[in-house]
Ligand binder design. Structure first.
Ligand code: ATP
Ligand code: MG
Ligand code: MG
Length: 552
């Protein structure tokens, strides 16, 4: 893999290196909170942080920001580890957890109290909101702001020992209640939560807040550049204040960049969770979701996602990126690497009347038309075959270059066939075509130079097996699912999943590797579903169509 495309963060790092800052070290981190599955937005942060770590011969830590036991779970930790790994990144021996630093963080809090830079406050959440003021109005000091250091130490100790109810007290940084930046108006740095933590169990009943934890965890790990999304810009003064006030081992530099937004979907764990919990989708790894687990199951490759992140780049400006670009990145990867096979999504039976009953013939088929190194396989031809319903028209216009009564087409890798007769049931539905084949056209060319305009994919009864196929489409009907509504679930696409129950695919696919995509010639890229598919009952997911069907 190449280095990530140039961006303003790399400029800053290069300047730092020239100045000899951080002893020439570059250390970054990817710091997810384990309160949900990773989504495409996270992949931008992952590619950026791990990419920079690698490119500058430094490192990138994987750190779980696990300071809120209320919403965090081990299953999310496990999924995140799997996803980052799948995307192709390595974090060395250790996985870091903010909870590993709870003792150090507690000591830093004591240090602040001793410097008279933090105090225990008894205001209720509601009162605290009122005291905080607004953008246009300065805040008011808490009545507890001038509590003595001794008393603060004692109360904080009692908080830790579990002597108070949740909400009775909090620890606040003593900064500036008149600051134009509301984040500096004595923010809470510790709160009481009588709740077990997935990693520290019942050891603690007070937990540090994100803003207090984050910069200090960065410093403890020797992070040099702490890259985060733009919404943390207003928190940077607090990040710096904390690092300046305590005896932190170093002072990492926070740099903000714009989040990734994609159209026709939502990129927020909270919103994705709502879709999962209200059963709009079948789980965090539903192939329609923009979670890494979901699009992996759908057939996306790590390389296509890394390429996408590199193409969109890193800037300070928010924008909404067309999901079509992501799909194009997948298409170009799979076009190059996916083996070709034949699958018929909506089969129409064809009987070749001049082909002997019971006879089968193996024909060579290339696994990739442009890449002979990918080899070939055998496809079985026989008297009964299936073509796509859409590839036949009874009253076909001149320009319909597929099959119609009296017309001749090529069957890929096989023979020319001509339609002789159309058979229908009582309701007028076409149930079967009777055709003849020309034995001289084996392999797909006629010795007399006769041309046909259309080449159809097909499978034979003997050479194919039944399969169920999930056709996925965009999860939402509009580019911004949240425009004009406070309930984005109203904009869900009712046809985001269409299941085809009667498809047939080449026998060679019986042992297809889950999540490995194939090109079904003429129809799209598909992989077997890692949860539902088995050799006895194949279930395929459409990763992406061959062309962008949404393009205007
Ligand atoms: P969400 O709103 O989905 O919960 P988050 O930012 O709260 O996202 P974290 O687990 O804290 O989720 O994110 C880990 C890292 O990934 C953070 O550094 C965060 O800034 C980054 N990140 C999250 N969403 C995006 C996004 N859409 N684009 C780029 N980076 C993102
Ligand atoms: Mg977060
Ligand atoms: Mg969040």
């Amino acid at each position: 893999d190449e280095n990530i495309k140039h961006n303003f963060i790399k400029t800053i790092i290069n300047e730092d290196l020239e100045k000899g800052k951080n002893n020439g070290q570059v250390v970054t981190r990817f710091p997810p909170e384990p309160n949900g599955f990773l989504h495409m937005g996270h992949s931008k942060s992952i590619c950026l942080n791990f990419g920079i770590g690698k490119e500058f011969n430094g490192k990138c830590n994987l750190r779980f920001d696990d300071t809120n036991p209320e919403k965090e779970e081990q299953k999310y930790i496990d999924a995140i580890i799997e996803d980052v790994h799948w995307l192709g990144f390595d974090w060395g021996e250790t996985i870091h957890y903010a909870s590993d630093y709870f003792h150090q963080l507690y000591d830093f809090a004591i240090e602040l109290i001793k410097k008279n830079k933090a105090y225990v406050c008894a205001l209720s959440a509601e009162e605290m909101r009122k005291y905080r003021g607004t953008l246009t109005e300065p805040g008011k000091d808490s009545p507890d702001r001038n509590r003595s250091v001794e008393e603060n130490l004692k109360l904080f100790e009692s908080m830790r020992k579990g002597e108070f109810e949740e909400g009775a007290y909090v620890l606040r940084a003593k900064i500036d209640m008149a600051s134009p930046n509301i984040n500096l108006r004595d923010p809470i740095i510790y709160r009481i939560k009588k709740m077990d933590h997935p990693r520290t169990g019942s050891e603690w009943c007070i937990y540090p807040m994100y803003d207090f934890t984050h910069g200090l965890s960065d410093a403890i790990e020797g992070i040099t550049h702490s890259l985060c999304t733009l919404e943390f810009q207003d928190h940077r003064p607090l990040y710096d204040w904390i690092l300046d006030e305590v005896s932190a081992p170093c002072h990492p530099q926070q740099i903000e960049f714009a989040r990734m937004n994609l159209n026709f979907t939502v990129l927020s764990k909270r919103k994705l969770q709502k879709l999962v919990e209200n059963h709009h989708v079948e789980g965090w790894d539903d192939p329609r979701l923009p979670t890494l687990a979901g699009i992996r199951r759908r057939g996306y490759t790590p390389a296509s996602i890394r390429n996408f992140c590199n193409i969109i780049g890193v800037s300070k400006k928010e924008s909404r990126i067309d999901v079509g670009l992501l799909e194009d990145c997948l298409r170009s990867d799979l076009n190059e690497h996916a083996p070709r096979v034949m699958g018929v999504l909506k089969p129409l039976k064809v009987t070749i009347e001049n082909w002997p009953e019971g006879k089968t013939e193996a024909l060579d088929a290339a696994n990739h038309p442009q890449n002979p190194d990918m080899g070939k396989r055998e496809v079985i031809f026989s008297r009964e075959i299936f073509i796509e319903q859409d590839d036949f028209m009874e009253d076909a216009p001149k320009k319909f270059f597929r099959l119609a009564p009296g017309r001749e087409v090529r069957l890929r890798y096989a023979y020319f066939i001509t339609c002789k007769e159309v058979i229908k049931d009582d309701t007028g539905q076409i149930t079967e075509l009777i055709c003849t084949y020309d034995p001289a056209t084996r392999g797909g060319d006629s010795p007399d130079g006769r041309k046909v305009k259309g080449t159809l994919h097909w499978v034979s009864r003997e050479g194919s097996v039944p399969a169920e196929i999930n056709l996925y489409d965009r999860l939402f009907l509009n580019e911004d699912p949240e425009a004009d509504t406070d309930d984005f679930t109203k904009n869900l696409n009712p046809e985001s999943l269409v299941v085809l129950k009667n498809s047939r695919v080449e026998k060679s696919l019986v042992n297809a590797v889950p999540e490995k995509a194939y090109q079904f010639e003429r129809t799209g890229y598909f992989c077997t579903d890692s949860k539902e598919s088995s050799p006895d009952k194949l279930v395929f997911n459409r990763a992406v169509t061959l062309r962008d069907t949404w393009a205007k």
